[in-house]
Design a protein around this ligand. Structure first.
Ligand code: NAG
Ligand code: NAG
Ligand code: NAG
Length: 389
């Protein structure tokens, strides 16, 4: 900031003031004249400041406006009601009867049937990890894909043309497609809920019946196998329960937090159960799996997802889609959309500012990932470089 306080006292200001007000010699200037002159100079500076400052301010708000509103979020939005988190017990050497008892539940004679239903976009690798993790416990896999993204872009039926990769579930697969509506300028959440309604029909076609378990989650929200096994063997579990998942970004190198809760498991009730991805109950089972966002092998898949995503408005500048920038962002654990953390308290926002630190742990990850570490190297710590194209 240039000096703005008491300009009439400053020698320099007086000199300029002579030029500006030039009608009298400095010596002859009376106190009131000097003041008037100084005020004119002050006006001039204020005008200058306005002319330069306002455009700069508008530019800063244009570039960082989203950051400013996100940072001030705690002022305009109160945090959601906290979940009732259910402690989750697991050890491979403890019997199912004991595990159920530790949760306050009984044990069943035979396990419930489990249906896993997803809306698919393009996450082929993550789908393979998911289905292998869940395979021993799932009776029927249900997958629906559309030729439209949520944002109304035309997309190939990626699953259909790569179906041969998934032979291991073929006998248990109910696959369906739904045509996009391609409505220009519509809110992406409308297309999303349209596809979820179609998924409801496909679930019924798959032969689900009352008290079967239905997993509602995105492809990249992977419940751990032992969690599903527990819920299918125990009696008296809640009618619906959300799953607390460990959040990762780009790969299992960047562990974000434990705050993923959107995935849920339902004891199916015909005519009542609707496929949803929002909060449906207060119960949350702790430490139940992994949520790996933007965990793609190719840079092109990042670009596709950024455009297909329901929050497409976050691409405020076209350089956000530049492959070299995306590669850089991935390796630094930074944010693809250059956004601030979405939190509800200043304390949490500040704690999460800056890039996500690298984790060197590949312990307690989906087993298929570790068994096929060579093929999935890019998802494991220390391998942030992606294949281009
Ligand atoms: C689990 O039990 C088996 C057989 O009882 C035993 O051999 C094994 O060491 C146990 N594993 C652990 C991790 O305790
Ligand atoms: C999308 O799929 C529907 C139903 O299969 C089809 O009628 C429509 O022509 C497709 N649209 C595009 C743009 O491919
Ligand atoms: C990984 C993989 O095999 N991807 C193929 C899936 O199908 C599309 C066509 O829709 C191919 O272009 C990909 O190569």
């Amino acid at each position: 900031m240039p000096e703005t306080g008491y300009p009439y006292r400053s020698k320099k200001t007086d000199d300029i003031c002579d030029d500006v007000c030039g009608e009298a010699s400095r010596a002859a200037l009376s106190m009131s004249k000097r003041l008037r002159c100084a005020l004119r100079w002050f006006d001039f500076k204020a005008l200058l400041l306005l002319l330069i400052g306002v455009p700069i301010l508008i530019f800063v708000i244009h570039v960082h406006g989203q950051k400013i509103t996100y940072f001030l979020r705690p002022l305009w939005e109160s945090p959601p009601k906290p979940f009732r988190t259910i402690p989750h017990y697991h050890h491979e050497n403890v019997s199912m009867e004991n595990l159920c008892k530790l949760h306050g539940w009984g044990t069943r004679e035979i396990p419930r049937r489990v249906f896993d239903a997803v809306l698919f976009s393009n996450e082929l690798d993550i789908l393979e990890v998911r289905w292998n993790e869940l395979s021993p416990y799932v009776s029927e896999f249900i997958l629906l894909e559309s030729n439209s993204t949520f944002t109304g872009l035309k997309k190939p039926l990626f699953f259909a043309s790569n179906r041969s990769r998934f032979k291991f579930v073929e006998s248990r697969l109910t696959y369906g497609t739904v045509g996009g509506r391609f409505m220009k300028g519509e809110n992406p959440f409308v297309e999303e809920s349209y596809q979820r309604v179609a998924l409801d029909q496909l679930i019924r076609i798959a032969g689900i019946s009352d008290d079967d378990l239905l997993i509602m989650s995105d492809v990249d929200e992977i419940p751990s196998g032992h969690t599903i096994n527990l819920l299918r063997w125990c009696d008296d579990i809640p009618e619906m329960i959300h799953l607390q998942l460990r959040n990762y970004l780009y790969s299992f190198e960047f562990y974000v937090d434990d705050d993923s809760w959107r995935a849920s498991i339902h004891r199916y009730r015909d005519g009542k159960t609707r496929y949803a991805h929002f909060r449906q109950t207060d119960d949350l089972l702790a430490d139940s799996g992994w949520h790996c966002s933007f965990c793609f092998r190719h840079i092109s898949e990042f670009i596709f997802k950024m455009k297909a995503y329901s929050h497409v408005d976050r691409i405020r500048f076209s350089y956000y889609l530049s492959p070299s920038r995306i590669q850089d962002v991935i390796c630094h654990g930074a944010d693809l959309f250059d956004m601030l953390p979405e939190e509800y308290t200043f304390q949490k926002i500040i704690a999460k500012l800056g890039p996500i630190p690298s984790s060197y742990s590949a312990v307690n990850l989906p087993s298929y990932l570790i068994q096929n570490a060579d093929r999935y190297r890019y998802l494991l710590p220390g391998n942030c470089k992606r294949e281009s194209g």
